[in-house]
Design a protein. Structure first.
Length: 264
């Protein structure tokens, strides 16, 4: 069953170590997976941070989902999902991505059960103590082997990126921005702060959120309708002119016949 560890006087469910997991049979593993909660306690989470935190998270997730929905590679995206690394205290990052796995809905991510750890994590910071995201998580996420970690600090309008230099490394190197953009090698995308928003790029293409895509589709529909109406008007005008020309031609023929009859 899921074990408990006590840190700072509080006990929280914890996944077994990898050695313990490998020693279990299928039924025992299934019981462990079932027993580990799909939620975390208030003591483990940062306090709610309002609309700026929520919107930044949701909009980024929306853009990522829209992008990967059209890619051949399977990418699982989650938000505030309880994550259980072997023998580690659980955590629930604001956003996470795992490559090359099934994308069905999950209540939790148990690394031993899934057979894979997280590939990418982002935390959104708005208020309170920044040390958790900027110091403690930098150390923890590197220690468990998450290849990339981004911190989007909305209060300072700052973006920081960290990457493991090698798969075996357990200490991050800070990313350097190029022309204001940070490259995520994991996602194959670039991240940039534009005004007070975080935007994502695929090459020179800006990833649009669903609301933006809807607005663009509406604009394209309106443009197409306008072109269709203009084309219809043009055809009506051409038809009118053709009818006038045919009527004029018929009048000329009639006049010609009348003159010929007079000469006869």
């Amino acid at each position: 069953m899921g074990r408990h560890t006590t840190e700072g006087g509080n006990a929280f469910p914890q996944a077994p170590t990898q050695e313990e997991w490998e020693a279990m049979g299928p039924e025992e593993r299934a019981r462990v997976v079932e027993s580990l909660p799909g939620e975390v306690t208030w003591d483990e989470m940062a306090m709610p941070e309002g609309d700026r935190h929520f919107r930044a998270k949701v909009r980024t997730m929306d853009a990522l989902k829209g992008y990967f929905a059209h890619q051949r590679r399977k990418v699982y995206l989650g938000a505030e999902l309880p994550v259980y690394y072997p023998g580690e205290r659980r955590f629930a990052p604001d956003l996470l991505a795992v490559l090359d796995v099934e994308t069905h809905e999950r209540d939790k991510w148990i690394v031993s059960h899934e057979g894979k750890g997280l590939d990418w994590v982002m935390e959104v910071h708005v208020g309170g103590d920044r040390k958790k995201d900027a110091e403690y998580n930098v150390e923890r996420y590197a220690r468990v082997g998450i290849p990339e970690y981004f911190i989007y600090d909305r209060s300072r309008q700052r973006l920081d990126g960290y990457r493991l230099p090698t798969p075996e490394a357990r200490q991050y190197e800070r990313m350097e921005a190029k022309q204001g953009r940070y490259t995520s090698e994991v996602l194959g995308l670039e991240l940039e702060l534009v005004g007070d928003e975080l935007r994502l790029w695929s090459g020179n293409a800006l990833l649009l959120e669903s609301g933006e895509l809807l607005e663009r589709l509406k604009e394209k529909l309106e443009e197409a309708q306008q072109r269709a109406e203009e084309e219809a008007r043009r055809r009506e005008e051409e038809a009118r002119r053709r009818e006038e020309a045919e009527r004029h031609l018929a009048e000329l023929r009639t006049e010609l016949e009348r003159l010929q009859q007079r000469e006869d």
